[in-house]
Design a protein around this ligand. Structure first.
Ligand SMILES: Nc1ncnc2c1ncn2[C@@H]1O[C@H](COP(=O)(O)OP(=O)(O)OP(=O)(O)O)[C@@H](O)[C@H]1O
Length: 543
């Protein structure tokens, strides 16, 4: 839990009028309460003045932001205290940021009793047990009465948890001449809830309206944009208008460009699938400042595509579920972590990869099933059955460099793909017939595919899942079925090769190379890990 010092005295001096929704003071608006912080539990308590009863508990891990608005004659005007507290700039150079404040909005520092009531808002997205549905929705004074939470809940047992849902709290601040305590309170709440958040950061959000079920725009408007405003995130957004738009947007913008260059942003958020992220990385790779951009950039993903492998991987690492609210929550919290990327090389091209490389059966399924793309993810199941019936074998030479103690910090040196693999004792090389070969840096290649359960975000290692010849169709079918849950990992016939670099040289003609779900040039391919090359928005639970 954050080590921020909670300003107990000041916080308790900020008196709030008890919301009508809170028992046992139903309707008695004369009573007041204040906010206390329990550092051991990481929770804020709403405590009544006088008898010090706990009226509500808000887990700091669920909070994405806090602000103050002014309710003038009963209508709340936007007037967020973050401007007072952080003096953050919301200057939006291309005019796309919805965070711009109209010039005629009063500044928070002008707030006093004669202008209206200050409303303290705390934006929380708890994950709740199905039986606790009743606490959902706002405790706003104007909203229907809801049962507040007066017991600590554990966040354990993910299986029983539902996705996050908005359960915001709002309190009218008791009239006072001095609002400096309120500013200190908001600052402290933010510092505890969002230790990784930098109010000066500016993000670029790329929305692919055509990804997956074409719900990207809806997800952005209904989930992402409101949550980012609550979280105080400053951002510009861009709806992609065609394939390759994301690629072009990531490239260096010329001096006379009307749009800001990527280097002017601190992070990029993709509302789309893995395809648009692949495009983004290839665009970044063309830049002369590629390494600098990658090390500075924070990448967020709100999966709204068909597969959403990266979004699912980040959610899985953070013990979140795979839906738009949980994905957006990870970005809104502002925590980030280093993630490995890799550099792939074919005979004529280079690619930055963030997900998986598949060859043989998985590549066949992914690429050949494009013919029935209209079926959504079901196409994979149908082609999976066909592939098991065919049991196509491909011969290849696989060479790899086992990980060293330094793999998670130092880039492994590889020969050029046109040069032979060094004949030293470090590289392991052999030729065999493969049914399946799938190199991964992530736990999930898709929302429903737990292909490499042991992968870590930043371990400097590829896990190559290999199934060689001589297993039965039934066994192969069971392996494919086990990919959903990760059960395949312990099945006979399944091998995992861990390495920091590898080269695959196909011998049987006709195989596909599938990188991050995109077809790339067929033939030999070589890759090495770029350890911790980029930061991703997530809150890993194993840290
Ligand atoms: N406005 C657009 N119109 C048509 N195609 C677009 C547009 N914007 C982006 N694209 C293309 O859509 C492709 C697929 O996008 P995306 O990855 O977001 O969704 P998906 O393929 O459904 O998901 P996944 O890659 O996770 O399976 C991208 O490779 C991109 O080139």
């Amino acid at each position: 839990m954050a080590s921020t010092v909670w300003p107990s005295k000041t916080a308790e001096s900020v008196k709030l009028i008890i919301p009508e929704a809170y028992d046992p003071y139903n309707g008695d608006v004369l009573n007041k309460c204040f906010i206390r912080y329990n550092a051991d539990k990481g929770c804020f308590l709403v405590v009544s003045e006088g008898d010090e009863k706990t009226l509500d508990i808000i887990d700091s891990r669920d909070i994405v932001g806090a602000s103050v608005e002014v309710d003038i004659f009963g209508s709340v005007e936007t007037n967020e205290l973050r401007r007072l507290a952080t003096a953050q700039s919301t200057d939006s150079s291309n005019g796309n940021s919805p965070n711009n404040r109209d010039d005629n909005e009063p500044g928070t520092d002008e707030v006093n009793d004669t202008q209206g009531a200050a409303i303290l808002k705390i934006f929380a997205y708890p994950r709740v047990h199905p039986s606790e549905e009743s606490i959902m929705s706002s405790c706003a004074t104007s909203a229907p009465k809801r049962k507040p939470n007066t017991e600590y809940r554990t966040q354990s047992d993910k299986g029983k948890l539902r996705s996050r849902r908005a359960h915001h709290r709002q309190f009218q601040v008791a009239p006072s001449e001095d609002l400096s305590g309120l500013s200190t309170l908001i600052d402290a709440i933010r510092a505890i809830c969002k230790p990784g958040y930098n109010p000066k950061d500016k993000l670029l959000v790329l929305v692919n309206p055509y990804s997956g079920t074409k719900k990207g725009t809806q997800i952005f408007n209904n989930t992402v944009a409101p949550m980012f405003v609550e979280a105080g995130i400053d951002y510009d957004y861009l709806m992609t208008t065609s394939a390759n738009h994301a690629f072009e947007r990531m490239k260096e913008q010329g001096e006379d460009s009307k749009i800001p260059d990527l280097s002017e942003y601190d992070g990029v958020v993709a509302v789309g699938g893995d395809g648009i992220i692949h495009e983004m990385f290839q665009g970044i790779r063309t830049r002369s400042d590629c390494d600098k951009i990658l090390s500075k950039l924070k990448l967020g993903v709100v999966g709204s595509g068909t597969s959403n492998g990266l979004a699912k991987t980040l959610a899985h690492a953070s013990n979140e579920l795979d839906n738009a609210v949980d994905y957006a929550f990870l970005v809104a919290k502002g925590n980030s972590e280093k993630m490995d990327l890799s550099l792939y090389e074919t005979s004529s091209s280079k690619y930055i990869s963030f997900l998986t490389f598949s060859w043989s059966m998985i590549a066949d399924i992914d690429i050949e099933s494009e013919a029935i793309r209209f079926m959504g993810f079901l196409r994979m199941d149908i082609w999976g059955v066909l592939s098991v019936l065919r049991m196509r074998r491909y011969r290849a030479r696989l060479s790899y460099l086992p990980p060293s103690d330094e793999s998670n910090t130092i880039v492994t040196k590889c020969p050029s793909i046109n040069e032979p693999i060094p004949c030293d004792e470090k590289w392991v090389s052999s030729e065999s017939d493969f049914l399946l070969l799938w190199a991964s840096q992530v736990t999930h290649a898709a929302e429903k595919t737990h292909n490499s359960p042991n992968c870590k975000l930043n371990d400097g290692v590829f896990e190559i899942l290999v199934v060689r010849e001589n297993i039965s169709r039934l066994r192969m079918a069971m392996i494919l079925l086990g990919l959903d849950s990760g059960d395949h990992a312990n099945m006979p016939g399944v091998e995992f090769i861990r390495c920091s670099a590898y080269r695959l040289e196909p011998i049987t003609p006709g195989s596909f190379n599938d990188l991050d779900g995109e077809v790339i040039e067929a033939g030999p391919v070589q890759a090495h890990v770029m350890p911790g090359a980029v930061n991703v928005f997530c809150t890993p639970i194993d840290k």
